[in-house]
Design a protein around this ligand. Structure first.
Ligand SMILES: C[S@@+](CC[C@H](N)C(=O)[O-])C[C@H]1O[C@@H](n2cnc3c(N)ncnc32)[C@H](O)[C@@H]1O
Length: 381
């Protein structure tokens, strides 16, 4: 009687004799032929692709798709909290699964997503667990680079939609709305221009003496902070249209210990009653939140908040060369109640029509179309 689980004699024989048995000659030959044929086919395909120009197309495509995947992976790694979770050191897969996967049946999906991070070189799998590997991942988890991290999320979410959906929305006559943007994310990413805007603030705000500042659309309130640190006597009102962004400003102001000098209010500057009590008003990166034809009226309304001799500082991307120009232009032109980017000459003209004097234009970023506009309410008005 055969032993349980043992092979049948035939099978046993096959197992013992197989290694010594020479393969049938014909089979060996045909497998070699097949390998040769394979090589021939590869070369033939390669030549055909090369001649048709498709080889270079495929190579460019692979390169660009990989870049796109990298950005998308980084954005999801940031927004999901994975990259920050790995910032302190390796975490075993089981630990990550318990935090990131609600349904154990979906573990394969999680490993597949991590697998993309590994393939892109952004993650590394070690005996201690997953860890950050890529230069970008490691830099983006540094809190000092929060604006860059937010920009990547903005590109992958909002920019992707702007570029992708615009043709269909144009066909349907359906613009985007402010609700299509994550106001808190935009407030964070807008800080990417901080060094350049601070330079413009240096020219507009004196270091000493009492100064009352009205900041319209204050976002994260980073520029109020800079102005308040520059001038210890400065007081400020930050006005923010979007209720989702205003709490970030208020949290920051409290955290920076500025609550005694700075207040933040939710509201639309155009709905605010005029009161000429401010020495300086600022509009940073938001003139395109107003339609082109309405901007002279907006600037005139802002003038009514300034004391005689008071000044308005506007910083904005304009039409022209620059990495942020084209997509921002789509955003302004495609979003209800907003408008395309201005040209520098256009905005200077609108300042003048609104009644400002001594209007000065300055390019803030060499080779880019990011400018400051400084105008004054005349002393006698
Ligand atoms: C791109 S963000 C810039 C935020 C900040 N100024 C900065 O540069 O970091 C523009 C901000 O302006 C605000 N805003 C737009 N129109 C406004 C209005 N009519 N009144 C008050 N705030 C407004 C938006 O809600 C948004 O938070």
């Amino acid at each position: 009687m055969p032993k349980p689980h043992s092979c049948s004699p035939v099978c046993e024989e096959a197992r013992t004799t197989q290694p010594q048995t020479r393969p049938v000659r014909g089979f060996v030959d045909s497998s070699l032929d097949f390998a040769k044929e394979n090589r021939r086919m590869k070369l033939r395909t390669l030549i055909r692709l090369f001649r048709s120009g498709q080889l270079s197309l495929l190579r460019s495509l692979t390169k660009e798709v990989r870049r796109y995947h990298r950005l998308a992976f980084l954005a999801s790694g940031l927004s999901s909290g994975l990259l920050n979770r790995l910032a302190a050191g390796p975490v075993p897969l089981e630990g990550l699964e318990s935090e990131f996967v609600a349904d154990p049946a979906m573990r394969d999906g999680f490993e597949a997503w991590l697998g993309l991070g590994l393939a892109l070189g952004e993650l590394r799998s070690t005996s201690e667990g997953y860890t950050l590997r890529g230069k970008l991942s490691r830099r983006l988890v540094d809190p000092r680079n929060d604006a860059a991290a937010a920009s990547i999320e903005e590109v992958v979410t909002l920019h992707n939609r702007l570029i992708n959906e615009s043709p269909e929305r144009l066909r349907q006559g359906r613009p985007f709305s402010l609700a299509d943007q994550d106001a808190r994310l935009i407030a964070r990413s807008s800080r990417l221009h901080e060094p350049f805007i601070c330079e413009a603030i240096d020219e507009a705000i004196p270091q000493h003496g009492q100064v009352a500042l009205l900041e319209i659309g204050c976002g994260a309130a980073a520029y109020i902070r800079y102005a308040a640190e520059r001038n210890p006597e400065l007081t400020a009102l930050g006005l923010e249209l979007q209720p989702a962004a205003a709490p970030l400003a208020a949290e920051n102001i409290a955290q920076w210990g500025l609550s005694d000098r700075v207040s933040v209010e939710v509201g639309d500057v155009m709905q605010r009653a005029s009161q000429p009590v401010f020495d300086i008003a600022t509009l940073h990166q938001n003139i395109y939140y107003f339609p082109l034809a309405a901007r002279t009226g907006v600037l005139r309304h802002v003038l009514s908040f300034l004391k005689p001799g008071g000044r308005l500082l506007v910083t904005t991307v304009c039409q022209g060369p620059g990495a942020a120009v084209d997509v921002l232009n789509i955003w302004g032109a495609m979003t209800e109640g907003c408008g395309r980017l201005p040209s520098p000459e256009e905005l200077i003209g609108q300042f003048q029509q609104a009644g400002y004097t001594n209007v000065k234009l300055k390019r803030l970023v060499p080779g880019d179309s990011f400018y400051s506009f400084l105008g004054q309410r005349s002393e006698g008005s």
